[in-house]
Design a protein around this ligand. Sequence first.
Ligand SMILES: Nc1ncnc2c1ncn2[C@@H]1O[C@H](COP(=O)(O)OP(=O)(O)O)[C@@H](O)[C@H]1O
Ligand SMILES: [Mg+2]
Length: 207
Amino acid sequence: MTTPPRNIQRHDGEVSRQAREQLLGQRGAVLWFTGLSGSGKSTVARAVEARLHAEGRLVYVLDGDNIRHGLCADLGFSPADRTENIRRIGHVAALLVDAGAIVLTAFISPYRSDREQVRKVLGEDFLEIHVDASVEVCEKRDPKGLYKKARAGQIPEFTGISAPYEPPEHPALRLTTGGQSLAESVQAVHELLRQRGLLAPPTVSGQ
Ligand SMILES: Nc1ncnc2c1ncn2[C@@H]1O[C@H](COP(=O)(O)OP(=O)(O)O)[C@@H](O)[C@H]1O
Ligand SMILES: [Mg+2]
């Protein structure tokens, strides 16, 4: 299939990503939280956000439900719509990374291939974090009552019940929230950021 020319060209200004990162004293990156509904993606992401913000970092959370109200309001939960949902989020995250932000995304993102597509867009700026709690643990928590509805057949294609979840094979980090505390998860994510040098400005060549 050939795509017709659209006369679109990238326009890069004089201010580079690196210059923005210097200004902020940090590196742009995406922490991509993936896991079942109720595994703790939003809870951990929001707690990490609060800590980083308090430490003077530019951090931004993209969260499932908020995105589905706007940017992806036209999408449902079929496999094709889930793929398109993640594709759009990946590109929004890439723009925020270019702005120098530390971006935390909290989407079930059940398909490995969808996450790999985002990894292709973001390259080494993509850090996958598996929020690893079993269906049993998530169902017991059921913070939004969704498992109850899914078991009653009121939600078709519910991940973990009637739709698949493909766990990451080599995540940058795995958080077992069924056994570890929120504070431990936050500390582990912070440590990952520090180890990867994301909490320091980029080194400028010649320095
Ligand atoms: N160790 C933990 N880490 C994260 N969340 C936990 C933990 N223990 C219990 N919870 C609870 O589990 C629920 C997770 O819900 P949420 O963060 O909305 O999940 P998700 O965004 O993955 O759907 C919350 O009610 C949270 O308080
Ligand atoms: Mg959530």
